[in-house]
Ligand binder design. Structure first.
Ligand code: NAI
Length: 387
């Protein structure tokens, strides 16, 4: 593959174009907005200068990388592309019409990929005549720094196309995982309890936000606590992902959104980007202190971790991906300190089952149902990673 096309020069598209150019490809980067193209070109120059200053690349390499990217507003410039990755607005109707238009321009053997986080790849592929060449290639933000890429074959995607795409992404030094075309793929599905169960614990008054964050970081080893992380992602974005996963799973209570987060988003308390979220980021404001109670912290950690492990086990139960890929996705895509299935083996599967059953007995809600696979493996005294 020589020539890579990227449609959409926003946060994701610009990052993906950079990755492709750094790996020696000729790149065509398009956007409907000329101003966005200019912004992304200026931003790349800054990034390259910083890499030169840090001694990561020479100034000659920096110039070569920048020279490899052609900026355009014309779809016709994709005529010679071998792979085009789409990273435009997250709307199915808009994506479909772009894929239909694109197919009239590219070569018959050009691979077409979407970077969508939440839409079905099958429905995007259905907008193309040669649907077998369409697949999902899902990068994480920021694309040049985050190693994980989820590769999603649609029901229409051919084996050959999947293999070619995986080989290419691996050759870029990325960690690729293959996942089924289901809502949230791996990461945006398995990570839901990190936010959802933290919000629920807060809403029930079991612990306050700083204490929950403290428990997950200090006792659990997570890099950020759930509330800090939601403030970092943006409560509008994080809420929208949760709601879309919830609806896509036919209102499964496991993914039920929280009123606390909805109200924060409605209030404009989006997090760091608006200066206030669950915490106040205004200059001079004092961060609230956690109640550093080991016993309470341990309870919080065990509950959220059991929900995360249960979600990972259930993704494996439904063959969304292999155990190894589910664990890789969470460590390389969202920096979890350990793969969840590996963690389950270490804790003991029966202990995880007992925690889920304890929650289920208490609430009698489907939200807390234990995954059949977790229960079966525990009963058979087997592990996710047999020694
Ligand atoms: P963004 O809003 O920063 O950029 C989208 C760009 O697409 C804009 O510059 C817009 O002008 C351009 N655009 C819109 N319609 C177009 C068209 N018809 N032709 C050409 N360009 C067009 O969005 P962002 O965050 O980069 O997201 C892009 C895609 O990547 C979405 O599908 C999103 O779900 C997905 N994604 C986003 C992540 C994130 O953290 N922001 C992470 C992973 C995937």
């Amino acid at each position: 593959m020589k020539k890579i096309g990227v449609i959409g020069a926003g946060a994701m598209g610009a990052g993906i174009a950079q990755v492709a150019a750094q790996n020696g490809h000729q790149v065509v980067l398009s956007d409907t907005s000329q101003a966005t193209l200019e912004k992304s070109k200026a931003k790349l120059e800054k990034v390259m200068n910083r890499l030169v200053e840090k001694g990561k690349i020479t100034s000659e390499e920096a110039s070569q990388i920048q020279a490899r990217i052609q900026y355009t507003t014309e779809l016709e410039d994709f005529a010679h592309a071998d792979l085009v990755i789409e990273a435009i607005v997250e709307r199915l109707d808009v994506k479909k019409s772009v894929f239909t238009a694109l197919e009239r321009i590219v070569k018959d053997d050009c691979l077409l990929a979407s970077n969508t986080s939440s839409l079905s790849i099958a429905s995007i592929a259905a907008s193309c005549d040669l649907a077998h060449r369409v697949l999902g290639i899902h990068f994480f933000n920021p694309a040049p720094l985050m190693p994980l890429v989820e590769i999603i074959p649609a029901v229409q995607t051919s084996e050959e196309v999947l293999r070619e795409a995986k080989e290419l992404i691996d050759s870029w030094g990325k960690v690729s995982v293959i996942t089924k075309d289901t809502p949230g793929f791996i990461v945006n599905r398995v990570a839901r309890p990190f936010y959802g169960e933290a919000l629920r614990i807060y809403e029930e008054g079991i612990a306050d936000m700083p204490t929950i964050d403290w428990a997950m970081k200090t006792l659990g080893g997570f890099r950020m606590g759930p509330f800090e992380l939601m403030d970092f992602i943006g409560n509008d974005i994080n809420y929208a992902v949760t709601e879309s996963v919830f609806q896509a799973f036919y209102n499964d209570p496991r993914y039920k959104p929280s009123f606390t987060q909805k109200r924060h988003a409605e209030a404009g308390w989006l997090g760091r980007k608006s200066g206030r979220g669950y915490y106040n980021y205004a200059e001079g404001s004092i961060m609230p202190e956690a109640i550093q109670d080991e016993l309470l912290g341990q309870q919080v950690l065990e509950r959220i971790l059991a929900m995360l492990i249960n979600e990972a086990a259930d993704a494996l139960f439904w063959n969304i991906a292999s155990a190894k890929d589910i664990d890789l996705a969470m460590t390389k895509g969202v920096n979890y300190p350990k793969g969840l299935l590996k963690w389950a083996d270490e804790i003991g599967l029966q202990k995880c089952v007992d925690k889920m059953d304890e929650l289920y007995d208490l609430y009698r809600e489907d939200r807390y149902r234990c995954s059949p696979l977790l229960r079966k493996k525990a009963a058979e005294k087997r592990l996710f990673y047999p020694a």
